[in-house]
Design a protein around this ligand. Structure first.
Ligand code: SF4
Ligand code: SF4
Length: 324
């Protein structure tokens, strides 16, 4: 992000604060490896923290990282960035992760990431591991837990998340893998396989089981005053749009309004957007499906999120665990 874009971004945030947005400034650093631009992150953090202090709102931040450059993050950096949580992504045990997440020279990235996690844990405890899953790596996820246990890392992680990877939106719609990802039965099967293997190998308490909660919004695109800002200064509502400038609603540097139609459509769709939703017992817990997909794929389905497909199994697993 260039200096001019940083300036314009701070002006954008200040204008929001002046206009009466008075909750908090919450920042999520994102992008594969945001630590590639650590100096920019520090600079921008300090400026946003100053704005927060000036307008008497809270400031907090989260770092989502692929973990590869985590060794560049010191305890002092974490304190300076006011990081509430660091989320690190892994794609399975070493042999599976390295196939899915190779380096540019095709070497694996797992060993470096796990070494970085080990070092980070010596001075930071709010660490969340997000495990990216799909039908291909689901059978091997328990091996990752075995490995983390053998390295003494398992109990030190604050939380594990399982994220079903779905690329069936926007420009990725035509890829073969996307059509596979939209298969509800595959999502259910993947979670069932992971849960069964974790239970079988003594990791039941890490199984993806959670009681449904009432939440204010299911995804960031539904939240007022939530913005996804890319390094070129384009501002979006939906994270899935971030590589498509024509879908931005505003460009910071040229001060040009680009596509307000997309922004309005993402926010205007109601919970009952598809006819199947009006007859579905999951409402209002599910908060409806993915709005971007609904728009991009011509309203051809409700595009339920993965947790909707797995809720039944999760409730049964939770009831069983309570009875044991
Ligand atoms: S689970 Fe799917 S069909 Fe049911 S309300 Fe949610 S989005 Fe609609
Ligand atoms: S609209 Fe869909 S793709 Fe966009 S942020 Fe929400 S869930 Fe993600």
């Amino acid at each position: 992000m260039q200096a001019a874009t940083i300036d314009n971004l701070c002006k954008f945030v200040e204008a929001k604060l002046v206009s009466g947005v008075k909750d908090e400034i919450r920042v999520k650093w994102f992008g594969g490896e945001p630590l590639l631009a650590k100096e920019i992150i520090v600079d921008l953090s300090l400026r946003l923290q100053n704005l927060a202090a000036q307008y008497h709102v809270n400031y907090n931040a989260v770092l989502v990282t692929n973990g590869y450059l985590l060794d560049q993050l010191s305890a002092q950096d974490i304190s300076q960035l006011e990081l509430k949580t660091i989320q690190i992504t892994l794609d399975g045990p070493e042999r599976v992760h390295n196939i899915r997440r190779p380096r540019q020279n095709w070497d694996g990235s797992y060993a470096q990431i796990v070494a970085n996690i080990t070092t980070l844990m010596q001075f930071y405890s709010d660490l969340v591991i997000r495990i990216n899953i799909d039908k291909n790596n689901a059978p091997y996820i328990h091996e990752l837990f075995l490995d983390l246990e053998q390295r003494g890392l398992l109990t030190k992680c604050k939380h594990f998340q399982f994220a079903y990877v779905d690329t069936q939106i926007g420009r990725y719609t035509k890829a073969a893998v996307c059509a596979e990802a939209n298969n509800a039965s595959e999502i259910v099967r993947s979670y069932a396989i992971i849960t069964a293997n974790l239970v079988k190998h003594g990791f039941a308490k890490y199984a993806p089981v959670s009681y449904p909660r009432v939440i204010p919004a299911a995804c960031d695109a539904q939240i007022n005053n939530h913005y996804v800002i890319n390094p070129e200064g384009y501002i979006f509502k939906c994270l899935g749009d971030v590589t498509m400038p024509e879908r931005a609603f505003y460009h910071l540097n040229s001060a040009k309004v680009i596509n307000t139609k997309r922004e309005c459509e993402l926010q205007a769709l109601n919970l009952c957007m598809h006819k199947l939703c009006s007859e579905c017992a999951m409402l209002p817990i599910c908060h409806s499906g993915c709005r971007a997909k609904y728009l991009d794929l011509n309203a051809t389905g409700p595009f339920c999120r993965s947790h909707c497909h797995t809720l039944r199994q999760q409730l049964i697993a939770m009831a069983r665990s309570k009875l044991q």
